[in-house]
Every structure is written in structure tokens, then in C-alpha cells.
Design a protein around this ligand. Structure first.
Ligand code: RFL
Ligand code: PHB
Length: 394
């Protein structure tokens, strides 16, 4: 097999890259270790920044999103028995949109396949090589045999547990890491959420978030111990924790319903520098992850891919290499700002059970400082609604 670009991973990063390249006549082959059904039903992110929504619309991917997504002008917070609403649209002129990651994945897979794009599912990348030669390759297992794609470039869009990051020589890569002393128990619930907007609640016993997937489907998260076993969480315990941590606030009502799905995710921040080695480019979670409190992971993956598509299009269409050369630096400056915001939202909203009494009071004061001030709310809203992304057309 031969392609201009071999893409490993059919998550939001790999799929969107393949679509943007195709719009400019550059052909790629995607290999994905999981089945199509698995990719299209995996419950993960839900919140899109304004720029991500604009990008999907501008590139012909917005049809279903515009029918079923839920745009939000504001976001709500509770802590210290107080309630605050940040009016994002008024403060920044932008909004966020709830549209599930697996719906975006479904939309792009459909559009790529309709255009004759090649996506090989259940094709597990095993080896990436030739990166410092004119003939890079990816070897993968598919239907019981080892196959090879020869290409000009490899896009490592295979998530945090993929093989791409490790294909870079260890001596040239530095990883920056932070592990948090908690995880999230995520639940999908057949009930109307407590509010039409997201609610982030700080509580002495732990953080909780109420999001949604549809007007009658709640997506909520509870802060739990990082090594918590889901078996310790009966439905009764989930409800009583959600009720306690949300607290009593006028207009916010916890509606019970069937818990359709529940699972625990640990929380971590990680950045790999650089994001490029010779002909290999990392994009999305393969290069960096954030704790989900700032809702940045998928949006960052899409922003990386705009930078990468621009670089590849400038190379193939204009014979320019400067965007390829500046890829890592361009991505990392935005990545680190999102890392900071995600760390800040996480430390601001969660309960650190080993915090000293001084730090506990300091955290409550910080919450009042941020939400009691228009400047504080604006800082939060600007980052939450999302930083600018580059134009993917050079
Ligand atoms: P993905 O989605 O992990 O896709 C990588 C793909 O690569 C495949 N793969 C391989 N394929 C072939 N060969 C191999 N050897 C392979 N190894 C792996 C995998 O099967 C997979 O299909 O990475 P990508 O595309 O970079 O996208 C990143 C996002 O998925 C991630 O950042 C978000 O889900 C993070 N996230 C959120 N992001 C947001 O922007 N907004 C949110 O509201 C938000 N909420 C969340 C989240 C992540 C969460 N969890 C579960 C970690 C909420 C949660 C709970
Ligand atoms: C979600 O809807 O899954 C979601 C929303 C906001 C976050 C994290 C997750 O900060």
C-alpha cells in the first residue's frame, strides 16, 4: 500500500486530518486498531469550543451537528453554598456547544467513506520506521497478516496509549507529567439534567459536574479516588453523592433516571516535547493529555490537526517546508496554555483531601475571587470558550 500520508488512529484527530487533507487533494490511509462500531459508540468528550464548531461547519461536517447539538451561552458553578453563572456570550462573544465525540467520529467516518477514503478498522499498527529516510513506513496487523503502508509522512493520531510517541528516539523526547490524586466516575443517565447548562460544583467531599448529551440525557461526573473500584459504587451511593455535592440552589433540580453506563477514568496532565521527529508528526492525545475539567482534550486535538494540515498542504501544493518545521513549536504554545487552564480548573474545583486547613480556606477564597469579579469570570470564559486556532488553509 502507498499513500502520501499514513494516519494511525481514527479518533477525532486522525479522522479530521484525513478529511482536511482530502479537501485539498492529498490522499491518506487511516489504520485503526478497534472496530468501526467501537469507535462510533465510545462515550468520551462532549463539549466543543466555538472555533471547533466553526471548523466543522466550514469543512462540510456540520449538518447533523446543527440539527442535534446544544449550544450554551453560559456555564454555572456552585461552591461554599453559593451559585454563580458565567455569561460567556456576553463576556467573550462566543459560546460552547454540547455534541458528543462519538457523533463527530460517526460524521467524519461517513463523509470520508462516501468520498472513497480508506479507513482500515481492526488494523493494529505495530511498527513505524524509515522516519529519517525518503521511505517512511507503517507496518500493521490486519486480518491475520502483517501489511505495510509506504508514505511520505506519518501522522501519529493514536491517542495516549498508541505506539507513535515511542517511535521517536527516547534521547530526543522529553515528557512533562502531572498525576492528580483523584479520578472521575462518569455516568450516562436517562434523565433531564439539573439545568440546561453545565454545572461545575466544588464540595468539601469532592467535585461533581453535570453535563448532558441531549435534553433528556444527563452526563455527570463525580470526583473519586484515583484507584477507586466501580464495584464500590452502588447506584444509591452515586445518587446520594450527586445530591449532596450539587447542594440546594433555586432552580437546580437533580432528576433521577436509569444509569445507562458508568466508568472511572484517572486524571493526568502530560505533554511530550517535541511533537515531531523527522517524518513523524504527533497530534492530539498521542502528544498531550489534560484532565477533563477544562473540556479541552478533543478541542486541542482538532487545533493540532489544523496546524498539521496547513503544513502538509503548504508542502504538497506550494513546495513550502517552513510550516512543517514550525509544527511542534506552533502547537506547543497553544497546548501549554490549555494545559495551564485545565490544571487551573482542576485545582480550583476539586477537593484535595490532604490539603491543610490553610489551603482549604485559600481555595474557597480563590473561588470567590474568580467568580466575584467580572475580570476573573472573563479570564475563565475566554479560555473555556477556546483560544484561536490557525487557518488550516495556508
Ligand atoms: P483518541 O480519541 O484516543 O483516538 C486515538 C485512536 O487511535 C487508536 N489506536 C490505534 N490504531 C491503530 N494502531 C494502534 N497501535 C493504535 N493505538 C491506538 C485508538 O483505538 C483510537 O481510536 O485520540 P485523539 O483523536 O487525539 O482525540 C482525543 C480525544 O479523544 C480526547 O482528548 C477527549 O476525549 C478528551 N475529553 C474531552 N475533550 C474535550 O475537548 N471536551 C470534553 O468535554 C472532554 N471530556 C474527555 C472528556 C476525555 C474523557 N476521558 C474518558 C479520558 C471526558 C472524559 C471522561
Ligand atoms: C462532557 O460533557 O462529557 C464534559 C463536559 C465538560 C467537561 C468535561 C466533560 O469539562
Amino acid at each position: 500500500m502507498r499513500a502520501q500520508v499514513a494516519i494511525i488512529g481514527a479518533g477525532p484527530a486522525g479522522l479530521l486530518l484525513s478529511h482536511l487533507l482530502h479537501l485539498e487533494g492529498i490522499e491518506s490511509i487511516i489504520i485503526e486498531s478497534r472496530s468501526r462500531e467501537y469507535c462510533e459508540t465510545r462515550v468520551r468528550a462532549g463539549l466543543l469550543e466555538q472555533n471547533s464548531v466553526d471548523l466543522l461547519n466550514e469543512t462540510g461536517l456540520g449538518e447533523r451537528m446543527n440539527r442535534i447539538a446544544l449550544p450554551h451561552d453560559g456555564v454555572q458553578f456552585t461552591f461554599d453554598n453559593t451559585y454563580h453563572r458565567v455569561n460567556m456570550t456576553e463576556l467573550t462573544g462566543r459560546r460552547v456547544t454540547i455534541y458528543a465525540q462519538q457523533e463527530i467520529v460517526k460524521d467524519i467516518i461517513a463523509v470520508r467513506l462516501k468520498a472513497g477514503g480508506q479507513i482500515h478498522f481492526e488494523a493494529d499498527a505495530k511498527e513505524i520506521g524509515g522516519l529519517d529516510t525518503a521511505k517512511p513506513f507503517v507496518k500493521f496487523m490486519h486480518e491475520g497478516s502483517l501489511k505495510t503502508i509506504e508514505c511520505d509522512y506519518v501522522a501519529g493520531c493514536d491517542g495516549f496509549h498508541g505506539i507513535s510517541r515511542d517511535a521517536m528516539p527516547a534521547s530526543m523526547v522529553k515528557g512533562f507529567d502531572r498525576v492528580y490524586p483523584f479520578g472521575w466516575l462518569g455516568m450516562l443517565i436517562a434523565a433531564k439534567p439539573p439545568s440546561e447548562e453545565l454545572i461545575y460544583s466544588h464540595h468539601p467531599e469532592g467535585f461533581t459536574l453535570f453535563s448532558m448529551r441531549a435534553p433528556e440525557i444527563t452526563r455527570s461526573y463525580l470526583q473519586v479516588a484515583p484507584d477507586e473500584d466501580i464495584k464500590n459504587w452502588s447506584e444509591d451511593r452515586m445518587w446520594s453523592e450527586m445530591r449532596k455535592r450539587l447542594g440546594k440552589h433555586e432552580g437546580l433540580e437533580l432528576n433521577e433516571g436509569e444509569i445507562l453506563q458508568a466508568s472511572i477514568t484517572p486524571m493526568r496532565s502530560y505533554v511530550s516535547e517535541p511533537m515531531r521527529y523527522e517524518k513523524l508528526f504527533l497530534a492530539g492525545d498521542s502528544a498531550h493529555i489534560v484532565p477533563p475539567t477544562g473540556a479541552k482534550g478533543m478541542n486541542l486535538a482538532m487545533a493540532d490537526v489544523c496546524v498539521l494540515a496547513r503544513a502538509m498542504i503548504a508542502f504538497y501544493k506550494k513546495n513550502q517546508t517552513h510550516y512543517l518545521d514550525s509544527y511542534s513549536e506552533t502547537c506547543l504554545s497553544r497546548v501549554w496554555r490549555a494545559e495551564h487552564f485545565s490544571w487551573w480548573m482542576t485545582t480550583l474545583m476539586h477537593t484535595f483531601h490532604d490539603a491543610s486547613p490553610f489551603d482549604q480556606r485559600r481555595q474557597i477564597a480563590e473561588l470567590h475571587t474568580v467568580f466575584g469579579s467580572r475580570a476573573g469570570q472573563t479570564l475563565l470564559a475566554e479560555n473555556y470558550a477556546g483560544l484561536p486556532i490557525v487557518n488550516w488553509r495556508p
